[in-house]
Design a protein around this ligand. Structure first.
Ligand code: SAH
Length: 376
């Protein structure tokens, strides 16, 4: 599908290698020119045709007339006390998304957004409260990495990518997979598959498709509960894809050798952090190759849950560890700038504005959309 850039030009950013080859072939050029374009735009982050010095001048001229290289523009940046950086980026249509850079000893991890807002309405997530505005296109997903790359200090590198920002990657399946293909491609951003993690709330048919795609990226699943009774309440999509269906899909998932699934489990006081929750969890996950990240809830006034005490969090972790489970407590990063897990929600979204009247994809949202202040 061709997209129109400014002034009726064709937008190249977001095209796959095959699409770029097709684009040049249609204009009478050899297909390797498509490869060069792909490498310039994604591999080297070029934003102007005149940078592409190994293309003939006539072709550069034709490209300038007929094509464009769009991209996100950086609106603002906030830096957390813990070093986490949150970028507000604007799409060509003015919609805004948030992308987070999380420093770890030596590496930076970029947390990419996949949609403006989210349709899944998890009861403890501020992006969920914002509602669904629109899908991001593949080019807008990839460009978050290129845009952040321009903001780095000398010597810094984005080593890991996590599709864990705003939105649900498997609800925007085609764009996510296309973006991953570009991020993984040796002529594109050339990330090794083990350096990329896609996180999903658990859309079963798309988990199966992703497994069959052979992309080989890591899969994280936002579990948050070990029984349908608790999960139905926290993650409304569980009513469509209950735990049995989810676990069947995960047991069948083709994990690369020496790789594990990751489960995310946001701990909420008295809701899913009780001894019986740990016991059910051990039983549910038995036989899978996995690790589990425990995330003490990031609280916000709009959320009806509380963060458990440190003792309760550690007791929960200990129960899992005693059962031989690799369970880590993930410290919250970027909380003071609302960049932590589940806190990404742009201001327009927080005010409940400007959603184009789009209905969420999933029709049974369990939570009222909140127009109240979200206290960020
Ligand atoms: N939609 C995908 C990608 C988002 S990842 C998914 O659900 O996996 C964001 C992670 O932060 C998810 O695990 C989500 O459940 C978690 N999260 C959401 N709100 C949170 C909160 N208030 N505190 C801690 N974690 C939260």
């Amino acid at each position: 599908m061709e997209q129109r850039g400014n002034g009726n030009t064709i937008e190249l950013k977001g095209m796959s290698l095959e699409e770029m080859e097709h684009f040049v072939a249609e204009r009478g050029e050899p297909t390797y020119r498509g490869r060069q374009l792909f490498q310039w735009i994604y591999g080297r982050g070029a934003r102007r045709f005149k940078e592409m010095t190994d293309l003939p001048a006539a072709l550069r001229g034709a490209l300038t007339d007929q094509a464009s290289i769009g991209g996100l523009t950086s609106v603002s940046q906030q830096v957390s006390r813990d070093g986490t950086r949150k970028y507000l980026l604007a799409c060509a249509d003015g919609r805004q998304i948030e992308t987070v850079l999380i420093p770890d000893d030596r590496r930076l991890t970029a947390c990419l957004s996949i949609q403006v807002g989210c349709a899944l309405a998890c009861a403890f997530c501020l992006t969920g409260k914002m509602g669904f505005v629109r899908h991001l296109q593949a080019g807008e997903i990839v460009d978050q990495v290129l845009a952040l790359g321009r903001e780095l200090a000398p010597g810094e590198r984005i080593g890991n990518l996590v599709l864990m920002g705003m939105g649900e990657p498997l609800h925007n399946y085609d764009a996510s997979v296309k973006a991953l293909t570009i991020l993984l491609h040796p002529l594109g951003l050339a990330y090794p598959p083990r350096r990329i993690t896609l996180s999903t709330v658990g859309l079963v048919p798309e988990i199966e498709r992703l497994g069959a795609s052979g992309l080989g990226v890591n899969l994280a699943v936002s579990l948050h509960a070990a029984t349908d009774a608790v999960r139905d309440r926290l993650v409304p999509i569980n009513r469509r894809y209950p735990l049995k269906a989810l676990m069947d899909a995960l047991r069948a998932y083709p994990l690369p050798p020496r790789r594990r699934l990751t489960f995310e489990y946001t701990l909420m006081d008295g809701v899913n952090d009780r001894p019986e929750d740990a016991r059910e969890l051990v039983r549910l996950l038995h036989g899978l190759r996995f690790k589990i990240n425990l995330l003490p809830l990031n609280e916000a006034p709009a959320l009806p849950f509380r963060r458990p005490s440190r003792e309760r969090v550690e007791a929960f972790q200990q129960r899992l560890k005693s059962a031989g489970i690799l369970a880590t407590i993930r410290e919250s990063r970027g909380w003071d700038i609302s960049a932590a897990c589940g806190m990404l929600a742009t201001e327009a979204g927080q005010k409940g504005l400007d959603t184009d009247g789009l209905l969420p994809y999933y029709s049974f949202r369990g939570v009222e959309q909140s127009g109240s202040s979200l206290g960020s």
